[in-house]
Design a protein around this ligand. Structure first.
Ligand code: BES
Ligand code: ZN
Ligand code: ZN
Length: 486
């Protein structure tokens, strides 16, 4: 979408659709006061009124959009408002929309531009890849948005560009999650990373099964051995380690489909398991954004990718695996496979001597029970790092909520016959999974983000979400890394 800025008031624009976003109980321009009163509009959060002013003001249609009270206004309010605006334009088949902010908002111009651009782009997103015979009105896309504000500035314009770059990363992640497991096996996910490397300054290396065997990726190989679609390990590297250029490792679970393996899931739990690579999608999306923004960092993206299938070659309950670290895992349930592939990837991350390891995975159903789809579960071994991620969650609206990793939880996953067992019983399922992962990161500052509830929306909760992949993590990681470089 083309997003441009002009200074002025949206009610003076002769356009097919103008959006007037208003704070609650804020003073208004003369010309709209009577219109607004007639529309019973107070500016409450998310309130909308579509008016046909018939010459009272210049726009042919005017959508009043409530932003709520001034003291509660955040970037998230604007993201949602822009998404609502674009959806309205699409419904009305208006290709070019003017979005007006008449009030002076208590937010930095750059943040206003960024939030509006993110909301507009993400609100316009659809996944139509497998729809056939669509009529033109069903594929209609809004092409342009003009932001009309009292004072359009260069800062705001730069914010718009940033928001669009970030949104493209989110949409890449959404596309990857929405792709069915059958069309995106590990080798295809690896190809997506290679393609990313071709269009950005990211260096990509793919380990195939032979290489994984040579190197000793015993966890990843075991999980992948039941599928004809062989596992891959994806290494993406942006920048290089240097003085003032710390290394950050991003690790993403890349299960292109999780049937549960021999511990087979019931069908209701198996649908949506194409999204079990949501962590890897976030890492690919974030790598793209980081490279496009040229952040002064060394960022390494690591994705262990496999398909978890039941067959005569599958790994089984009772098997004992030797991971890349040398640590052994007793398998009690083949459906707790994410932590097994991540064990190898997290251990591998240590070779970069990173300042932080941030890992994202659709790891446990238990986190969905605990937090629903409104927050990502977080566990960590370094509070400063966890606090920074939490802050990024508040800024981006990709909220995280922390759970403890006390010693008692580590006790719950000790095995009688191996070093660790891959499930810890019914209690504290998300935390024992996090404790399991923490056993493979050494002393490096580590944060685990369980996105099982947030990576895939069966019913979207925000105007800029759609049913399917949310792209969660891309905005969170980008914000964290941008702040990290300050
Ligand atoms: N991929 C699932 C977790 C999941 C559940 C993601 C729901 C998204 C939505 C994971 O591999 C899994 O199956 N975990 C098991 C662990 C259990 C066997 C200890 C679970 O949560 O049931
Ligand atoms: Zn599973
Ligand atoms: Zn899984």
């Amino acid at each position: 979408m083309k997003i441009t800025l002009t200074t002025g008031s949206v009610i003076n624009e002769a356009v097919d659709l103008a959006i007037l976003a208003c704070l609650e109980d804020a003073p208004l321009a003369e010309a709209v006061v009577s219109l607004i009163e007639a529309a019973d509009f107070s500016g409450k959060t998310s309130q909308t009124r579509l008016l046909y002013p018939r010459g009272a003001v210049l726009p042919k249609r005017l959508l009043l959009l409530g932003l709520g009270p001034a003291d509660k206004l955040t970037a998230e309010t604007l993201r949602r408002a822009a998404a609502t605006a674009v959806r309205q334009a699409r419904d009305l088949q208006v290709a070019s929309v003017a979005f007006g902010l008449n009030d002076q908002l208590e937010l930095a111009p750059a943040l206003i531009g960024q939030a509006l651009a993110e909301g507009a782009e993400l609100g316009a997103y659809r996944y139509l890849r497998y729809k056939t015979g669509l009529k033109p009105e069903q594929t209609f896309a809004v092409e342009a948005m003009t932001l009309v504000t009292p004072e359009a500035s260069e800062e705001m314009q730069a914010g718009v560009a940033l928001g669009q770059t970030i949104a493209r990363g989110v949409m890449l992640a959404r596309d990857l999650v929405n792709a069915p497991g059958g069309s995106l096996p590990p080798a295809a996910l690896a190809n997506e990373a290679v393609a990313l490397g071709e269009r950005t300054e990211v260096t990509v290396t793919i380990f195939d099964k032979t290489r994984l065997t040579e190197e000793g990726f015993g966890g990843l190989l075991a999980v992948g051995q039941g599928s004809a679609n062989e596992p891959r390990f994806i290494v993406m590297e942006y920048g290089e380690a240097a003085e003032g250029r710390p290394t950050i490792c991003l690790v993403g679970k890349g299960l292109t489909f999780d049937s549960g393996g021999l511990s087979l899931k019931p069908w209701e739990a198996m649908t949506t398991m194409k999204s079990d690579m949501g962590g890897s999608a976030a890492v690919l999306g974030a790598m793209q954004v980081i490279a496009e923004l040229q952040l002064p960092l060394h960022v390494v993206g690591l994705v262990p990718s496999a398909e978890n299938m039941p067959s005569s070659t599958s790994y089984r309950p009772d098997d004992v695996l030797t991971t890349l670290s040398g640590k052994t895992i007793e398998v009690l349930n083949t459906d707790a496979e994410g932590r097994i592939v991540l064990a190898d990837a997290l251990f591998y991350a240590q070779r970069y001597n990173p300042a932080a390891i941030i890992e994202l995975s659709t790891l446990t159903g238990a986190i969905v029970v605990a937090l629903g789809s409104h927050a990502t579960g977080m566990m960590g071994t370094n509070q400063e790092l966890a606090d920074a991620i939490k802050q990024a969650g508040e800024t981006t609206g990709e909220r995280v909520w922390q759970l403890p990793l006390w010693e008692e939880y580590h006790e719950m996953i000790k095995s009688e016959i191996a070093d660790l067992k891959n499930i810890g019983g019914r209690q504290a399922g998300s935390i024992t999974a996090g404790a399991f992962l923490a056993a493979f990161v050494g002393d490096y500052p580590f944060v685990h983000l369980d996105i099982a509830g947030t990576a895939y929306a069966e019913k979207p909760a925000r105007p800029y979400d759609v049913a399917g992949g949310t792209g969660v993590g891309v905005r969170l990681l980008t914000e964290f890394l941008r702040q990290y470089t300050r």
